[in-house]
Design a binder for this molecule. Sequence first.
Ligand SMILES: Cc1cc2nc3c(=O)[nH]c(=O)nc-3n(C[C@H](O)[C@H](O)[C@H](O)COP(=O)(O)OP(=O)(O)OC[C@H]3O[C@@H](n4cnc5c(N)ncnc54)[C@H](O)[C@@H]3O)c2cc1C
Length: 415
Amino acid sequence: MNVPDWNQPLAALPARCEVLVVGAGPAGSACARLLAHAGRDVVLVDAQAFPRDKVCGDGLVPDTHAALRRLGVHERVMALAHRAKAAQCVAPSGGFIDVPGELAVLPRREFDALLCAAAVEAGARMVAPARFIVPLHDDSGRVVGARFGHAGSTQEVRCRWLVLATGAAPAALLAANLCERRTPSAMALRTYVRHAGMVDEIPNLRFVWNRRLSGGYGWIFPAPDGTFNIGVGLLDSHVLRGDDSTPHKPRNLRELFNDFLAIDPLAARLMREGEVLGELKGAPLRCDLRGAKWAAPGVLVTGEAAGATYAFTGEGIGKALETGIAAAESLLVAPDGADDPVLADYRRRLDGLRPRFEMYRKAASFNRYPFLVSLVIWRARHSQRMTDRLSDILNERRMPGSLLSWRGFKRMMFG
Ligand SMILES: Cc1cc2nc3c(=O)[nH]c(=O)nc-3n(C[C@H](O)[C@H](O)[C@H](O)COP(=O)(O)OP(=O)(O)OC[C@H]3O[C@@H](n4cnc5c(N)ncnc54)[C@H](O)[C@@H]3O)c2cc1C
């Protein structure tokens, strides 16, 4: 694959294109690749020069693998990634189970660059850094383009369709009048550590639940070259209580990270003995397929901007790819680009994902009440059937619903 000439100046933006994709994360690049592949004239724009870092756990869970295969880039990603065979789930007691699944870890700097290059390879034109400022409208109010800015200059692009794939930051959604919630759903933070001596000890993605991490969990994900991504997430950091539109005050994530080191011996050793490769960096998440309008005449919202990240685990790369693919496929249903069929098709596709997101929202109670994790892990340690069911959930062959009703939970525990 050729390394694309991505960092083109603002002036390289064309006056017009068919589809203008804003945001070259997984959602935007997936969408741009499919559309360009189908022969559409696509321009992909990002506010940051590429390749760029993205604060993330870098964990590629099974839904990500499936989407990468659909995009035809799975082998390229896996050639660079650390492969893992299981998700190690650690209970507050220290007891753990390894849940089998197709998993991998690749730092987002490389992962996103690879996907973006794949979009360019398919024919998309990439321009960065250029920040989306506002959409442009015609007399009927339909979106027909966007204004971008960089270093004091601005430039306008007209398009048939605008796709916003701008991630968790609400600025672009607010500018497009599509934001329904400014505050994030969750917060998480991570750093990288090199420790070649611990590579054999932590071959799998390690998730740790504990009362002191209540509301979230800690993780250690083994990345390539003897490095590890280590972090904590607070998945209900900004949950709105009942009718109250003011979120409760979130816990300090650095304190939470220190609590993680206090309760997990492997995390403590990694940070004590390893070479820490960067500062702790935090970032927001938008979850539950909520917080933004998905579409309006002339514009589709995709990936984390549309809330496509799971509230239980904070995983969103796979669903960013999937919703980016959905946006592209919806844009292809109407060859003339007519609004109604595209909008209806896209809403139908995202609605189809709702039940799964709803289940993962309910599953967030495992983060709030870690003793539930202890019960499940204790049971799975004594029952291959239970481990198989957890593996089916991880691999998205089964909905987590059976764990989330009292009857289902009882059946799984004692049936
Ligand atoms: C600490 C942390 C750990 C996580 N760990 C995992 C994990 O292990 N596995 C997993 O699956 N998910 C994880 N997630 C979630 C995952 O990072 C997101 O779900 C995913 O990045 C969403 O992809 P996206 O393409 O929608 O948005 P992003 O990846 O955020 O990409 C958005 C792009 O839009 C650009 N942009 C934004 N605004 C503008 C603008 N105005 N103009 C132009 N460009 C703009 C940005 O520069 C960026 O490149 C984690 C998140 C956090 C915060």
